[in-house]
Design a protein around this ligand. Structure first.
Ligand code: NGS
Length: 417
């Protein structure tokens, strides 16, 4: 990915427009959009007007930002009589876009979310050596069968298979200092079979990877539309209350890793992990996809103000996070498709998770929302925290967005201990 320091207004619009239509994005990938194709010489004022009218739209909900951008553009206009060439045009675009992005990021920094203090911190013995760079027990490609006639193992069988699990599904190697402390957060509602398949395979894999890890299942117990991104924010905050996690893996419950060489270690930059999924013939769906499984360090997540809380129903929340990452000058990494291979559990679309009709309009103002929609505006009620042997389940009421409630009645999962 290109360094987003080079982001131009053109690229922002590209992201905004093509994100809403991933297929178009795919078709256009690799082509340069002739943004100034109609360039014909002394054109500066019209172009600034064009750019700025889009900029107004971009920030139309914030009068202060609007006023400062207006002043900024007027200053630019007064300095230039006309645009000389395509290079100067690019320069103007760059200047306006960096100004816009800097203003938004400054807002994020000024309004930063403060972490809760963990109840407990890691306490590896002083004399322990770090675990090896390449964990010796890795097997590579694994046999993963998500269609077993007898179904997945029970929670208690899974716990018996991993006797060293500590309460709440926490595990760390007993013989070396884990390289990373990783919280796995699963957004969840009413998917017990998926969860059991997930735990049955993933505990063993994460243990062979020698991580200090714990599995947090964030269970939406209210009957509003599913809000995946808000559940991830809740998982982040609640997990940080418990332990000094260095990074997070945000993981859909229906995906199981097929190759344990894809290590869930902390990434240097935000990482999109679910690169190759059987359902999509092991091909990336589109170049900018950031759904399924992602990973970020604690600091990066705070810097991005977490996910948006406003995406109720299916779709778009991951694209919004992609936009945040680009705006914050971070790169997105991906592990190689040879190891980042996943099986997806077959299921129907959940009736309480219908596509969100508002997702496209929300994606138009990812940047202007970033500083005030996320960790620092997160409101929820924890109904219960269950520390089961195989996982921690956080029952949460996310409140509601004022829309009619979903029609289904939910049966809450209550695994036996
Ligand atoms: C895009 C969605 C993403 C979603 C991706 C893959 O269209 O949220 O499809 O979905 N974006 C919008 O709707 C704006 S999948 O086929 O894996 O269910 O992650």
């Amino acid at each position: 990915m290109k360094d987003s320091a080079n982001l131009t207004i053109g690229k922002i619009f590209y992201v905004l427009v093509f994100f809403q239509f991933p297929l178009l994005y795919i078709f256009h990938k690799g082509h340069t959009i002739p943004f100034y194709a109609s360039y014909d010489g002394n054109y500066y004022k019209t172009l600034v007007k064009e750019l700025s009218s889009d900029v107004w739209e971009f920030i139309n909900e914030d009068q202060n930002k609007l006023a400062s951008i207006q002043t900024f553009v007027m200053q630019l206009q007064s300095k230039n009589e006309g645009i000389k060439d395509a290079e100067e045009y690019e320069l103007v675009k760059d200047t306006i876009s960096s100004y816009l992005i800097d203003t938004a990021l400054e807002d994020v920094t000024n309004n930063i979310f403060h972490l809760p203090k963990p109840e407990k911190t890691h306490d590896y013995p002083e004399n322990w050596q770090s675990c090896l760079e390449t964990p010796p027990k890795l097997r590579g490609q694994l046999e993963v069968d998500l269609n077993q006639t007898a179904g997945p193992k029970s929670f208690s069988e899974i716990a018996t298979d991993s006797p060293a699990l500590k309460s709440g599904g926490h595990w760390s190697p007993a013989y070396c200092k884990a390289k990373n402390r990783v919280a796995i957060v699963i957004p969840y509602r009413n998917r017990e079979i998926h969860l059991r398949y997930f735990l049955m395979y993933m505990h063993k894999t994460l243990q062979r990877q020698e991580l200090d890890y714990q599995i947090f299942v964030v269970n939406q117990v209210d009957d509003n539309s599913f809000n995946r991104a808000k559940l991830l924010n809740v998982g982040f905050v609640e997990a940080m209350k418990q332990y000094d996690w260095q990074c997070f893996v945000f993981h859909d419950v229906d995906l199981v890793l097929e190759n344990d060489k894809c290590l869930y270690r902390c990434p240097e930059m935000p990482r999109h992990i679910s690169v190759a999924i059987d359902k999509f013939k092991y091909k990336l769906l589109y170049a900018a996809i950031f759904g399924g499984i992602t990973s970020m360090t604690t600091d990066q997540y705070i810097q991005l103000n977490g996910y948006s809380n406003l995406f109720w129903g299916w779709g778009g929340e991951d694209d919004d996070m992609f936009n945040r990452i680009r705006f914050a000058n971070m790169k997105i990494l991906r592990p190689p498709p040879t190891t980042a291979r996943f099986k997806m559990i077959k299921h129907d679309h959940e009736s309480s998770n219908k596509p969100n009709p508002k997702r496209f309009s929300l994606l138009k103002n990812s940047l202007s929302r970033m500083s005030e929609d996320g960790l620092n505006s997160l409101e929820y009620t924890v109904k219960a925290i269950h520390k089961f042997p195989t996982h921690t389940m956080i029952d949460v009421d996310l409140g509601n967005d004022g829309r009619p409630k979903a029609k289904v009645t939910l049966q809450q999962l209550r695994p036996q201990t």
